[in-house]
Design a protein around this ligand. Structure first.
Ligand code: ADP
Length: 454
């Protein structure tokens, strides 16, 4: 591997370019017309316009055009980042056919984990607990009704191909069933191209705990401990921490081992995340994200392992231990506590609608234990409505969780961003809340806590 094309934009494209340059790999960026001034374009060694005449998001989904650029520039690998084509098995196959290394898992692994029903089957086979639910997509409203009667409400309708916190609906009682079922089906069809739904018990106040996995092509699988991503708004992560501060050592060991078992059972290769919902008495598998995640940063901060560099090395066939020299599982330690806040250009005072416009002032924080991963975050940049609203990820690491919260508070206060609205003020309220400080936030903490919105 000598030259890597990054099939993405924004902060994650920059993150991958940095990893490549540290490994002395050349980089090729691709960009949509609307990203003409995108930072990733200028950070890479070369950059090319893709998807001419297409809508902005579609440009980054234009697999043929991306492969064309890879071939023309002699790139021998493509890193897809997250989102866009990262979990697209067709794209992975096309890369393979073009003789280009796809920095990700195999096509077959993408097939399993791209379909939440297939993923659940794999998890059960590997001995993991799953949330009581239908084993397969439901064929009719009556089937859902039967499930509700048998297991009790609330229940959750989920799109088999859903993702990104979308394609889920809670049904609180039978009276809501018919209309929710209809809407969930049509939403799933529209967003994911398939109206297949399955049903699960809706868990009361769980925590979202996920395990970072690294796995090579030689059958070696290791975990890098867990992240607690319970601070969510409408099922989308807002603040992530590593490690969890409420898991017992025994529960941590069990969850991490379950994640390793699942990935081993499918001979997984690449970085990946196994997600669980954790209640006071058990932990349940929900899904695998077979790619680098937005919140990989906090794990890097407590383990010092560069996850993106490791992905690239794994893709060239290197062994986790013999070649990459990662610590053996039993020797791996973590230090301190890390927190990430996703700073977005959303307006908390206007239903979190994305704001757009020119960033007039941009002064960012720094200091010991602070990490910023930004995309187009600088004075003079224009925030367009075409892409997601993530502006910069602010991460901190400190010796204790309490110190990390204090540091993050200072970091957020130090930001001066004018010209475009951000969620910084809202995040400061979350950080100050006693429930968050005690590590007791569960997945509906934000949605349920009215004072955060005052
Ligand atoms: P996505 O792939 O869209 O991210 P996930 O399956 O990972 O969806 O779920 C995202 C979030 O939705 C979880 O972290 C949790 O907050 C909530 N969730 C999902 N399934 C359930 C469930 N059965 N009960 C309660 N909350 C759930």
């Amino acid at each position: 591997m000598k030259k890597v094309l990054i099939a993405n934009r924004g902060e994650i494209a920059v993150r991958i370019i940095r990893a490549c340059h540290e490994l002395k790999l050349q980089t090729v960026a691709v960009y949509a017309k609307e990203d003409e001034y995108g930072v990733h374009r200028f950070k890479a060694d070369e950059a090319y316009l893709i998807g001419k005449g297409k809508k902005p998001i579609e440009a980054y989904l234009d697999s043929d055009d991306i492969i064309r650029v890879a071939k023309q520039t002699g790139a021998d690998a493509i890193h897809p980042g997250y989102g866009f084509l990262a979990e697209n098995e067709e794209f992975a196959r096309k890369c393979q056919e073009a003789g280009i290394t796809f920095v990700g898992p195999t096509v077959q692994q993408l097939q399993i984990f791209g379909d939440k029903v297939a993923a659940k089957h794999a998890a059960v086979k590997a001995g993991l607990h799953t949330i009581p639910g239908t084993a397969d997509p439901v064929a009719s409203l009556e089937e859902v009704q039967e499930f509700g009667t048998k297991f009790g409400y609330p229940i959750m309708l989920k799109a088999a191909l859903g993702g990104g916190g979308r394609g889920m609906r809670i049904v609180n009682d039978e009276s809501e069933l018919a209309s929710n079922y209809k809407h969930a089906k049509s939403e799933a069809k529209q967003a994911f191209g398939s109206d297949e739904l399955y049903v699960e018990k809706y868990l009361d106040h769980p925590k979202h705990i996920e395990v970072q996995i690294l796995a090579d092509q030689h059958g070696h699988v290791m975990h890098l401990f867990e992240r607690d991503c319970s601070v969510q708004r409408r099922h989308q992560k807002v603040i992530e921490i590593a490690p969890s501060i409420t898991l017992s050592a025994q529960r941590r060991a069990e969850i991490c081992q379950a994640a390793v078992n699942l990935m081993q059972s499918v001979a997984y290769q690449n970085a990946g995340t196994v997600e669980f919902l954790v209640t006071s008495d058990d932990f349940y598998f929900i899904e695998v994200n077979p790619r680098v995640q937005v919140e990989h940063t906090v794990t890097e901060m407590i383990t010092d392992i560069d996850i993106v560099q490791t992905q690239l090395k794994i893709a060239t066939g290197q062994d986790l231990w013999a070649d990459i020299h990662l610590p053996k599982q039993e020797e791996l330690t973590m230090h301190g506590n890390a927190i990430q806040c996703r700073i977005t250009t959303e307006d908390p005072e206007n239903k979190f609608l994305p704001d757009t416009g020119k960033i007039e002032t941009y002064r960012s924080p720094g200091g010991l234990g602070v990490r910023l991963d930004g995309g187009n975050a600088y004075a003079g940049a224009t925030v367009t409505p075409f892409f997601d609203s993530l502006l910069v990820k602010a991460c901190v690491q400190a010796r204790t969780f309490d110190d990390a919260v204090k540091k993050m508070t200072r970091v957020l206060q130090e930001f001066k961003i004018r010209g475009v609205k951000t969620n910084i003020g809202f995040m400061l309220k979350v950080l100050a809340h006693p429930t968050f400080r005690l590590g007791e936030a569960h997945t509906t903490f934000i949605d349920d806590t009215k004072e955060l919105f005052l």
